[in-house]
Design a protein around this ligand. Structure first.
Ligand code: HSE
Length: 425
């Protein structure tokens, strides 16, 4: 038996998928229980220079004709269109689809899951979240006997690399971004990464899987890392925290909270030690307790590893029949209103170093019901000013906003420099 595979897109990941499908064909076919045959690669330009590993005879610009001949379609084009139209066409044509397209799933997942169900085929997307890290499989299948309470992850390698360089070398955000772009670590158009949308799409996918509720990109409260300065990082370090872009999905009392935000992580927390462009995901499950996954979230061969595991799974299903684990939706999604979200906070201030300023500040916190857990003051004798950092116990966003409003009215407060969330141990 032969399973016909169509590849849409031949960029960094597509090239590695084609190479590995050729070089590892015996092993992958043995695992699938059928010969895996790459029947074509659709590209937008036939003339583009490509890795010699790509058999040019397989290239075509006619995606639809290629899809019509395939049992499995691998979509690695990226973006919403044309992938949305082509994935729909593939599912309607009776092919199972493997995609690494997080934006497509986070924005249009439900229509694609519904189409796959109607056509009795499968939609796989391990590569869409954290590249090589097998976290989609873990949440959907390994934890099928458990109940996930929360997922916290570093799901974007570019921003982790930038924050890590800022932390270890004391460099400014713009400086690190420019170098990362020169070295090809960051995209020329970096906003999906640095403004948090890439991580948001990934956490929306994980939240949907974990909580069996539909969570889309629009449901995620997103904040990126552009405003983070070396001074923020230094102040965090003095308080034993590192700043990470943390993607969080949690469910309490049936309500879901999904967020991406620069967050102070205690140095003892497992996410604090994730350096460079690596990804990591911590899952808190009812019975299993805390689990952690770590690895490469991007790159040609790491992402190809995830794509090919899906190809093998999809092919094996074609051989034995039936469908893979499907989307399970248990009722409407109910979200925690932003003002009711609870977190610890870190407030960085510049104040006049005078008698009573701390007393007035602590009153502002107390009056809004926000409890302080730590205060640190660094005085600058020459300017007569002091840098203050105040870490709080858990508070709602509404109470914290009221506190900041009161703090801004304290006459000896010169500047409220930054307010950031703090992760628990
Ligand atoms: N650009 C992403 C990252 C990888 O930096 O992690 C693809 O989602």
């Amino acid at each position: 038996m032969s399973i016909k595979i169509a590849l849409l897109g031949c960029g960094t990941v597509g090239t590695q998928v084609a190479r590995l499908l050729k070089e590892q064909n015996d092993l992958l076919s043995a695992r699938a229980g059928a010969e895996l045959e790459l029947i074509g690669i659709s590209v937008s330009n036939l003339e583009t220079q490509r890795d010699p590993v790509i058999d040019r005879a397989l290239l075509t610009t006619d995606s639809r004709a290629l899809i019509e001949r395939a049992d499995i379609v691998i979509e690695l084009i990226g973006g919403i269109e044309p992938p949305r139209t082509l994935v729909r066409y593939a599912l309607e044509s009776g092919a199972s689809v493997v995609t690494g397209n997080k934006a497509l799933l986070a924005e249009h997942g439900p229509e694609l899951y519904d189409l796959a169900k109607a056509a009795n085929v499968d939609l796989y997307y391990e590569a869409a979240v954290a590249g090589a890290v097998p976290v989609v499989y873990a949440v959907r299948e390994s934890l099928a006997g458990d109940s996930v309470k929360a997922i916290k992850g570093i799901l974007n390698g570019t921003t982790n690399y930038i924050l890590d360089e800022m932390t270890t070398k004391g460099l400014a955000f713009d400086e690190v971004l420019a170098t990362a772009q020169e070295l090809g670590y960051a995209e020329a158009e970096p906003s999906a990464d640095v403004d948090g949308r890439d991580a948001a799409a990934k956490i929306a996918i994980l939240a949907s899987l974990a909580f069996h509720k539909r969570v889309s990109l629009a449901d995620v409260d997103v904040e990126g890392i552009r405003s983070i300065t070396s001074a923020d990082i230094e102040a965090a370090a003095k308080n034993n925290f590192v700043i990470k872009l943390v993607a969080t999905a949690a469910q309490t009392g049936g309500k879901i909270e999904v967020r991406v935000a620069p967050t102070l992580v205690p140095t003892a927390h497992p996410l604090a030690s994730i350096s460079g462009s690596f990804n990591a995901v911590v899952i808190e499950a009812e019975s299993a307790d805390r689990l952690m996954f770590y690895g490469r979230g991007a790159g040609g061969t790491p992402t190809a590893s995830a794509v090919l595991s899906d190809v093998v799974a999809a092919a094996a299903k074609k051989v034995v029949g039936g469908r893979a684990p499907q989307e399970i939706v248990l009722g409407e999604s109910e979200f925690v209103p932003a003002c009711e979200a609870v977190s610890r906070y870190f407030v960085r201030l510049r104040v006049n170093d005078v008698v009573g300023v701390l007393a007035e500040l602590s009153r502002a916190f107390a009056d809004s019901g926000v409890s302080i857990s730590a205060v640190r003051q660094d005085s600058d004798d020459e300017s007569g000013r002091a840098s203050l950092t105040i870490t709080t116990h858990a508070a709602t966003a509404a109470d914290m906003a009221a506190t900041i409003e009161s703090v801004s009215k304290v006459s000896d407060v010169r500047e409220i420099v930054r307010v950031l969330r703090v992760e628990d141990e």
